[in-house]
Design a protein around this ligand. Structure first.
Ligand code: SAH
Length: 358
């Protein structure tokens, strides 16, 4: 049992069952007991590993992608280089190192990091000793007068989702309540029609479960408006697919799946990203969206293999083996290469970010 479990039980006793989104927000970002506010989440010693933590090549080729996109848009002399949810700051540090040689890029870039957790902000500051990032709680306060070039890796999967199960009489929402044993447990609300899910009536049957992430579409709406009117682009990388289909809510602790309702605040909670919903939000906001592309294909197009070969020249023995394994892990379809997808957002008058198709 955790301190957060007590807090949530009291809250549920007072105001009734909570949505999964309310539960997820509390578990991840509660100021005193949230996962990202209190735990060492990332890396080999943490609970999960992300692509930038697997190899420096990931951030390096993404750096070149952003620099090329900046040059393709006539190298604006000032722009906002933005990362959403930078974790330990590894990705953005690799981006900055890889772009040092790009003439004018560093002097034009103002670095903006969107990060909710103070603990994570301290790690990011330590990873960027030579830079002076500006931190934001949300995307709302990002500059509204500069082109914005945005990177987001495994950010959207951490945003709170709601789940709805189709019923002959409408939709029943998955909620978190208190079971007969006094512990937190999953339940279902009464059925009600939900207009926002009408478009899912054609492709689902009673019993089917769909997920929505209003927070994610709101973030894309804000970014896409800025990109459409100020210039720039966004590269969104995450696991998920073109349309939410079934229960993808999961909790991970020490690299293993655990029950999301025991020990709230101690495990990472995520859900697959519904890229169709993000692309639709971008189009409505006046921005273009690229085709959804497998991470492996995207990284190959950006030249990860020649980069891997060049790094391999300086390695031997176990270090070389680890390097080859990291390349495979990031790109191979049986590993992260096709589970992870990439969506690009860009002004309709420009080409998509390098590595992505219109
Ligand atoms: N991009 C990093 C880390 C991914 S973990 C990597 O690839 O390694 C998710 C990151 O998003 C963490 O830094 C977490 O603190 C941050 N985060 C999660 N929810 C957030 C929210 N609602 N607003 C801002 N940052 C958030």
């Amino acid at each position: 049992m955790t301190a957060l479990a007590d807090i949530l039980r009291k809250q549920i006793k007072t105001t009734g069952p909570m949505t999964l989104a309310q539960y997820m927000s509390a578990c991840l970002l509660h100021p005193d007991h949230g996962y990202y506010t209190t735990q060492d989440a990332l890396g080999v010693d943490g609970d999960f590993t992300t692509s930038p933590e697997i190899s420096q090549m990931f951030g390096e080729v993404i750096g070149l992608c952003v620099a090329q996109a900046w040059m393709d848009q006539d190298a604006p002399e000032r722009f906002a280089l933005v990362e959403l949810g930078p974790g330990r700051g590894t990705l953005i540090a690799d981006v900055m190192r890889a772009t040092l040689q790009v003439p004018g890029f560093h002097s034009a870039a103002d670095l903006h990091l969107v990060e909710a957790s103070d603990r994570m902000r301290r790690l990011q500051a330590a990873a960027l000793p030579a830079h002076k990032p500006i931190w934001h709680d949300t995307v709302e306060s990002l500059p509204d007068d500069l082109p914005v070039f945005v990177i987001a890796n495994e950010f959207f999967d951490a945003l709170p989702i709601r789940q709805f199960q189709r019923d002959p009489n409408g939709w029943r929402e998955v909620v978190v309540g208190i079971g007969p044993d006094g512990e937190l447990q999953r339940g279902l609300s009464d059925a009600a029609p939900i207009d926002a899910l009408n478009h899912r009536l054609d492709d689902t049957r009673p019993g089917a479960l769909v997920e929505t992430c209003v927070h994610g579409t709101a973030v894309v709406d804000t970014l896409a408006r800025r990109i459409a009117s100020q210039g720039g682009m966004a590269v969104i990388i995450d696991y998920g697919g073109w349309r939410s289909d079934g229960d993808t809510f999961q909790a991970v602790r020490a690299h293993r799946p655990v029950d999301p309702f025991t020990e709230p605040g101690r495990a990472d909670l995520t859900a697959h990203v519904d890229f169709e919903a993000l692309a639709r939000a971008a189009l409505i906001a006046g921005c273009a969206a690229s085709q959804l592309t497998d991470q492996g294909v995207f990284l190959e197009r950006l030249g990860i293999t020649p980069r891997a070969q060049s790094l391999a020249k300086g390695l031997s023995g176990p270090a070389l083996e680890a390097h080859v394994a990291a390349h495979r892990r990031l790109t191979h379809p049986d590993e992260m290469g096709s589970l992870f997808k990439v969506l690009g957002l860009y002004p309709g008058t420009e080409s998509p970010p390098p590595g992505l198709d219109p």
